[in-house]
Design a protein around this ligand. Structure first.
Ligand code: MN
Length: 228
């Protein structure tokens, strides 16, 4: 059999210090996973069930390429997050086995058309137009867990033009990485190549063309990205 059209290439992420690349299957993003960010978005930081949305795998931007300011928005926000790359998956994964599924980690931006997301929230509509647009997910090279282990604390920050605008610690996550994997695997059959963006600390805000974004999570590969 032949494809009727040329098949799209599978999205992938680079791996630090390797010529191999990591294939991406799906991208799940958790909402409101740091209490201070939940409060700044008008939510209640008490521990409720986590909620997730998806970006498209081909929304990834790699190797420090530019983030083009997207259409139809006047209020595009940065959200710095740790990305968790799964090397294996399954259903109903027990929390004490969840980290066995993790292949590695990266530093990602969940770029958001906040004005369109706010309209969706108000109307009770899905968030895709606010979240899952082209180039909405700049991501660093991945670092294998086999090299660095599984980070559960450490600084996460974002500098914009050299000024620190977002700052937090991984241990402030409301839902920890193993808990998110367990929860998601109760809803979906997780698969190798799935990527989970683990939420953003407080300090989200708008970007403008020309901004230089520098994201960091202790022990991982820094993310650099310019708004074009
Ligand atoms: Mn986010």
């Amino acid at each position: 059999m032949e494809y009727a059209i040329k098949p799209p290439t599978r999205p992938w992420l680079p791996i630090r210090g390797s010529d191999a690349i990591f294939p991406i299957h799906r991208i799940y993003c958790v909402g409101r996973n740091y209490a201070a960010h939940t409060i700044e978005m008008g939510g209640d930081p008490d521990r409720e069930e986590p909620f997730f949305f998806q970006k498209n795998p081909d929304n990834l931007v790699t190797k420090g390429a530019d983030f083009p300011y997207p259409a139809r928005s006047e209020d595009v926000h940065h959200e710095i997050e740790m990305a968790v790359a799964l090397g294996s998956g399954g259903r109903d994964i027990p929390v004490d086995q969840a980290l066995d599924c993790v292949w590695g980690y990266g530093v990602a931006l969940d770029m958001t058309r906040r004005d369109l997301q706010a309209q969706c929230k108000k109307a009770g509509r899905p968030w895709e137009i606010g979240k899952a647009f082209e180039q909405s997910a700049p991501c660093s090279d991945l670092v294998p867990a086999a090299e660095i282990g599984h980070p559960s604390d450490g600084a996460i920050w974002l500098k914009v033009n050299g000024e620190t605008l977002q700052e937090g610690d991984l241990n402030h996550m409301i839902w920890k990485v193993p808990e998110m994997i367990t929860y998601l695997s109760g809803l979906f059959e997780l698969a190798p190549g799935d990527l989970i963006l683990s939420g953003t600390p407080a300090g989200v805000g708008p970007v403008k063309r020309g901004d230089e974004l520098h994201g960091h999570v202790d022990g991982l590969h820094d993310l650099h990205c310019r708004v074009a």
